[in-house]
Design a protein around this ligand. Structure first.
Ligand code: DGY
Length: 320
């Protein structure tokens, strides 16, 4: 069988794949151009892709021999799963292994915003540190007893709640479906409406998947409800936030700041008005970017593809 990788993966994973298949790896400029992807997919049985590859109906239907798609990500909003399923193509993804790493990055952004870590670092590097240890000098905010609002209570949302509990935060959440009473008690979380989440939280953290329903669901309407002292964190998908509205909210100080790991267009340009805001911390889509996690993702991506091509159920197969 022939497979295509839209980018090089770990050496051990390539070795595993080469034991079984005729492997073609795209090594050009990222992302692989659509025209090229369409021409290369034509004779392939399997595909390994990344969250920035748009695997739409054109690509899927060009792959007339395609049987399995394995994405190196938990998100699969870049894949037209409906078209794949109609064609009998299975789709695999990599949840669970990246839950902790993404939750950790969320806490890192939260701590950085509350305690002004990047600002302090810049202050010293710019040689602007003048006065030492005063009662009003460079004050941040306690996490203790502050309200964290989690939007999207899946695996990552729950892992963030567990971590925030260690910081003795008050945790509320909003999700498509409410958790069981038992689960709410176990996590120490309280269910609220979306509006309530935004109006009462000291920090809102987004952990919902990107779907047509969540497209720019976080917009001016919700920013207007937020406390002026509140922060927004997004380690999920950029398109969940209306970025023009976010810039308005930040410029007009409707909110205190934001910690963003994901953007509508990635890589985001340094001249983008979001990046120009002082009250924003930005990261280059790194939720799962740890040595350990990215290796585990490669293991799962390979296992998914091998199972899918063998006609077995994948370790993590997208439900259709
Ligand atoms: C994913 O796997 O979907 C994440 O966004 C990668 O960090």
């Amino acid at each position: 069988m022939k497979i295509l990788l839209t980018r090089k993966i770990h050496d051990f994973a390539i070795k595993e794949l080469k034991k079984r298949y005729d492997v073609e790896i795209y090594t050009g400029k990222i992302p692989m151009p659509k025209k090229l992807l369409i021409s290369k997919i034509k004779d392939k049985d399997g595909l390994v892709c990344y969250p920035y590859d748009i695997i739409d109906a054109d690509v899927i239907n060009a792959g007339t021999k395609l049987k399995a798609i394995s994405t190196y990500s938990v998100g699969y909003d870049h894949i037209d799963v409906k078209t794949a399923s109609k064609r009998g193509i299975v789709v695999g993804y990599t949840p669970e292994v990246l839950t902790r790493a993404t939750a950790d990055l969320t806490m890192a952004l939260m701590l950085s915003l509350f305690r002004r870590i990047t600002e302090g670092d810049k202050l010293i590097r710019d040689n602007k540190w003048r006065t030492v240890f005063g009662p009003y000098e460079f004050l941040g905010t306690d996490l203790y007893q502050k309200t964290l609002g989690i939007f999207g209570m899946g695996r990552i949302g729950k892992a963030v709640a567990q971590r925030a509990e260690g910081f003795e935060m008050n945790i509320i959440y909003h999700n498509r479906t409410r958790l069981s009473k038992k689960e709410e008690k176990r996590l120490g979380v309280r269910y609220v409406s979306l509006d309530n989440l935004f109006s009462t939280s000291d920090v809102v953290s987004i952990h919902s998947p990107y779907t047509p329903q969540t497209h720019e669901i976080v917009n001016l309407r919700l920013f207007k409800k937020m406390k002026k002292t509140a922060f927004l964190i997004n380690t999920s998908r950029g398109k969940i936030i209306n970025e023009k509205d976010l810039v308005i909210a930040l410029e007009r100080k409707m909110i205190a700041g934001a910690g963003l790991d994901v953007f509508q267009k990635e890589p985001i340009d340094a001249n983008n008005p979001i990046v120009k805001q002082d009250n924003v911390i930005v990261m280059p889509h790194s939720g799962s970017a740890t040595v350990e996690t990215r290796r585990k993702m490669a293991e799962i991506a390979v296992k998914n593809l091998v199972s899918g091509l063998a006609g077995r159920k994948m370790v993590y197969q997208v439900k259709t």
